[in-house]
Design a protein around this ligand. Structure first.
Ligand SMILES: Nc1ncnc2c1ncn2[C@@H]1O[C@H](COP(=O)(O)OP(=O)(O)OP(=O)(O)O)[C@@H](O)[C@H]1O
Ligand SMILES: [Mg+2]
Length: 419
């Protein structure tokens, strides 16, 4: 077995996936079927019985929307991580370490994301559960395929096994000598929109779209990854609303920056707009150091919001503490001088202040930009690049982008002074 030790190598032998020969020979735990308890189906008719009464167990009132226990799929135990041979560490992100590995049975190369559970005091973290659930809900050609969840020796060793994809777009954009061609950008953008539309159709918000979370294989296909901040939308939310602590700073929509607790699919489309710009220039659009600088940069590019461009603006929690700069026209044309009128229109439709007026993923896919010359390139015609993740090329260190937000990092910005 390859013994490339990463910085996360734990000191205790039994908790090492990348352990010695003794551990290497451990048989993979067989897949067992957990015995299911046979439960009585709940009463179907409404009952007046009082659940607090003593005596024989009264039938409990149950919502017709909750599936019966015996309707749940059979629960299988997870396989062991020792079913895989570790090859190299790809990346350490804020929520986990990602390794490249080989399936010992099939020889297939996969990616394993080790979830960071060590710091968890309150059981299995909700972010990990959401990530697994969202990946399973959003299966699609342009969403990274989750194969299984495997476990190590200790309770803190849980790994998500995915197809291995050669590149992430952030690393690729930093290393490729020239930007993508327009025809390639159209293909990538269409694939991204198709994945985002699929997630939204399945009631999932990604909430962390950015180039480092977009993987691309050597056949020109994009796979959206990192569902660590994803969640279902459309469900009733608690009194405090949805957390604003989502989306990595540079890709965060203005309604989130201004404290909106009710937001929806439009937050992902703002991020798609930022990614579109980054594909064109190879540089992130808003490289701000903090929220205040980001808002200032957005106001500069789009012109400050007005009642006409964003009717709900003044109702946002942080809007009152803002000093709006004097009206100025949008600077889109100067920023993207070579983009066609249709391309610019799509960019403006994605980077629209008012979330209600922002274009949806389904609408964006039908935009005239994708129908004008040059037409989207067939993915098979994309060139291939050396893969930094497979160790074929060193990872560049050109700029350091902010990481996905975590609750501990969050400070509410109470005052903006935008001039
Ligand atoms: N299936 C995969 N195949 C190849 N590389 C992958 C795969 N999944 C993730 N990676 C690499 O690992 C990196 C981090 O993965 P991911 O974004 O899922 O972790 P994270 O901890 O949530 O990261 P962050 O918080 O920094 O966004 C990705 O940017 C990509 O370079
Ligand atoms: Mg990530």
């Amino acid at each position: 077995m390859s013994s490339v030790a990463g910085p996360s190598t734990p000191s205790r032998k039994r908790s090492k996936w990348e352990g010695d020969a003794e551990e290497e020979t451990r048989p993979a735990s067989p897949v067992r079927r957990v015995k299911q308890k046979v439960t009585q189906p709940p009463p179907t008719s409404s009952s007046n019985s009082n659940p607090g009464q003593h005596g024989s167990a009264p039938p409990r009132a149950r919502s017709k929307f909750v599936p019966q226990r015996n309707h749940h799929p059979p629960i299988l135990s997870s396989r062991s991580v020792y079913s895989y041979e570790r090859l190299n560490q790809i990346e350490e992100g804020s929520y986990g370490v990602v390794y490249r590995a080989r399936d010992k049975d099939t020889g297939e190369i996969v990616a394993l994301k080790k979830l960071k559970l060590e710091e968890e005091k309150n059981g299995f973290p909700i972010t990990a559960l959401r990530e697994i659930n969202a990946l399973m809900t959003c299966r699609h050609e342009n969403v990274v395929n989750i194969r299984e969840v495997v476990v190590g020796d200790t309770l803190t060793q849980v790994f998500v096994v995915m197809d291995f994809i050669e590149h992430d777009l952030k690393t690729l954009l930093q290393t490729m000598p020239a930007p993508f061609l327009q025809s390639e950008i159209k293909t990538l953008l269409l694939q991204l929109l198709s994945a985002v539309d699929h997630c939204h159709e399945n009631w999932i918000l990604h909430r962390d779209l950015k180039t480092s979370n977009l993987l691309m294989n050597n056949r020109g296909t994009i796979k959206v990854a990192d569902f660590g901040l994803a969640r279902r939308y459309g469900d009733p939310v608690g009194v405090g609303g949805l957390t604003q602590l989502v989306v990595t700073l540079w890709y965060r929509a203005p309604e989130l920056l201004l404290g909106a607790t009710k937001y929806s699919t439009a937050v992902d489309l703002w991020s798609v707009g930022c990614i579109f710009a980054e594909l064109l220039t190879k540089e992130p659009l808003f490289q701000a150091k903090n929220e205040i600088e980001l808002i200032s940069m957005i106001f500069k590019l789009l012109g400050p919001p007005t009642h006409a461009s964003w009717p709900g603006y003044s109702d946002l929690p942080l809007a009152k503490s803002m000093n709006l700069p004097s009206p100025q026209p949008a600077l889109f044309r100067q920023q993207f001088p070579h983009l066609s009128a249709n391309g610019l229109d799509l960019m403006i439709s994605l980077l629209t202040y008012d979330p209600a007026a922002r274009i949806s993923a389904a609408e964006a896919m039908e935009h005239p930009y994708f129908k004008e010359s040059p037409l989207p390139k067939h993915p098979d015609l994309f060139g291939s690049f050396p893969s930094a993740a497979a160790g074929e090329k060193r990872k560049p260190k050109m700029y350091k982008s902010p990481t996905a937000p975590r609750a501990a990092d969050y400070k509410i910005v109470t005052e903006f002074d935008i001039t």
